[in-house]
Design a protein. Structure first.
Length: 172
């Protein structure tokens, strides 16, 4: 009988082939590395960091939020349109509802923890520009999580990495 890990490998391979991905071999090697970790929690920690690195690179390489002096492109748009806000700084890491920065935001604008939901998130302004990220479009995530886990990860903003991992395991 075909094992669960073999299924993940085969489905991911097919997914990459259908997308005509130019780096299939390299990506399948990464998948093999993940599947070689047999301890469930250890594998999840490893995979979690890989997904974070993937998203960090994606947003950095494409300069998606276009931060300048701590103000993202949506913040600058709000300034241009004279929309009144407490602050225009720190993008999504400032919470308009509670009127404070996220507890994980560092002085230098970096994040103290790693949150996949925050990294995946694109505001309406970016969505209008065509940017939208879902776990189902990421080869490192599509077949590694069930629906409940994916929904949870995509909406668990402003939580620490440890809290998100706990939430994923609870839904496994
Ligand atoms: S997702 Fe939108 S609001 Fe959040 S940091 Fe990026 S541009 Fe700013
Ligand atoms: S957890 Fe999310 S909202 Fe908080 S600092 Fe990190 S990226 Fe920003």
């Amino acid at each position: 009988m075909i094992s669960c890990d073999e299924k993940i490998y085969k489905k991911t391979k097919k997914f990459l082939e259908e997308k005509n991905d130019p780096n299939i071999l390299e990506k399948l090697k990464v998948i093999e590395e993940v599947l070689n970790i047999k301890n469930k929690e250890e594998r999840l920690y490893y995979l979690y960091d890989l997904i974070c690195n993937y998203l960090d690179k994606e947003f950095k390489d494409n300069n998606i939020c276009e931060f300048k002096c701590d103000i993202c492109i949506r913040g600058r748009d709000a300034i241009d349109r004279k929309i009144k806000k407490e602050t225009y700084k720190n993008g999504c890491c400032y919470n308009d509802m509670s009127k404070q920065n996220c507890m994980y935001l560092e002085e230098d604008g970096t994040c103290k923890t790693k949150n996949i939901g925050c990294k995946l998130f694109t505001c309406h302004y970016l969505k209008k520009k065509g940017y939208k990220y879902r776990l189902n479009n990421i080869y490192l995530a599509k077949y590694f999580f069930n629906l409940r886990q994916k929904f949870y990860i995509e909406s668990a903003f402003r939580l620490s990495k440890e809290e998100v991992i706990k939430g994923i395991l609870e839904r496994g």
